[in-house]
Design a protein around this ligand. Structure first.
Ligand code: NAD
Length: 275
């Protein structure tokens, strides 16, 4: 694993950085990763992508049955997996997650803080309970994971943290009623920027991915389903994102080829935020 100083002197474009071609620099062999909310949807796709690129992957979810199922899928492909039940809004669960990974693999190189929830109601009707629940998972949970993983990574002098934010951190998708969700995801972007600049000189990069509207169980909830048809007409690409549209981004942010990138928000939304 490389530290922040590159020390590149050769003609690296021709020879490859330290003799490694771009595809070799995108491999994750021997790295240890975890993905929260990996029992389904985007997190499951991230777990498969990191594993296919060579990483050992801890599959973390509040639902242990889903986590076990995804680990079995990884094992079928020859990927080492570890199922961990954790509620990321609880600091004791987050610490237990890190301890379990350390005792099995002895390091945390890649922290993919993806778990999130979405509740929607008109802003004037948003209850404090709804606001607190959304923030406890989306922002507090992401902070707890960043801090616990970050402490290990700072000791290692190396780490890649990838948070899942949302296009809703940048624009207000219309028509929708997601005050607490949008605000919590804007917080994830600012958390990422702050940590990304604070920790880069100690070898820890922090970036986030902001998906547009992705075809997962999250958007097929009773309250969001009626909006899907309307959203489709707002997407220049003409379709919803599939989870596979996001997989290369997580591998890129996890690998050595993105070492000079920190604090940024990679937006993948079929052009929707530009229209
Ligand atoms: P999903 O609802 O399909 O899956 C979320 C997973 O997280 C589930 O397996 C669930 O059990 C788990 N989870 C929920 N609360 C948890 C907690 N407290 N601790 C641990 N695990 C928990 O969601 P998704 O669509 O795959 O979304 C994943 C992430 O991407 C979320 O942060 C979401 O906000 C974000 N996102 C989704 C979309 C979209 O359109 N689907 C768009 C932008 C951003």
């Amino acid at each position: 694993c490389s530290r922040i100083k590159a020390n590149i002197t050769d003609d690296d474009v021709f020879r490859g950085v330290k003799g490694r071609s771009i595809l070799e620099r995108m491999r994750l062999d021997g790295r240890v990763a975890y993905v929260t909310g990996a029992g389904q949807g985007i997190g499951r796709a991230f777990a498969h992508a990191l594993g296919e690129a060579g990483a050992n992957v801890a599959v973390v979810d509040i639902d242990p049955i889903k986590a076990d199922t995804v680990v079995k899928e990884l094992n079928l492909k020859g990927i080492n997996g570890l199922a961990i039940k954790a509620d990321i809004s609880k600091s004791e669960d987050v610490q237990r997650m890190i301890d379990s990974i350390m005792s099995k693999w002895g390091a945390v190189h890649i922290a993919c803080n993806n778990a999130g929830i979405n509740m929607n109601s008109a802003s004037e009707d948003t209850t404090l309970d709804e606001w607190d629940k959304t923030f406890s998972v989306n922002l507090r949970g992401t902070f707890l994971c960043c801090q616990a993983a970050g402490r290990v990574m700072l000791k290692q002098g190396y780490g890649k943290i990838i948070n899942t934010a949302s296009m809703a951190s940048l624009i207000v998708p219309h028509p929708q009623k997601q005050l607490s969700y949008n605000t919590s995801k804007a917080g994830v972007v600012k958390l990422t920027q702050t940590l990304g600049t604070e920790w880069i000189d100690r070898g820890v990069r922090v970036n986030c991915i902001s998906p547009g509207i992705v075809d997962t169980p999250l958007i097929h909830s009773e309250s969001l389903e009626p909006l899907v048809q309307r959203w489709l007409s707002d997407i220049p690409a003409g379709r919803l994102a599939q989870v596979t549209d996001l997989q290369a981004a997580v591998v890129y942010l996890a690998c050595d080829a993105s070492d000079y990138m920190t604090g940024h928000n990679l937006v993948i939304e079929g052009g929707q935020s530009l229209w």
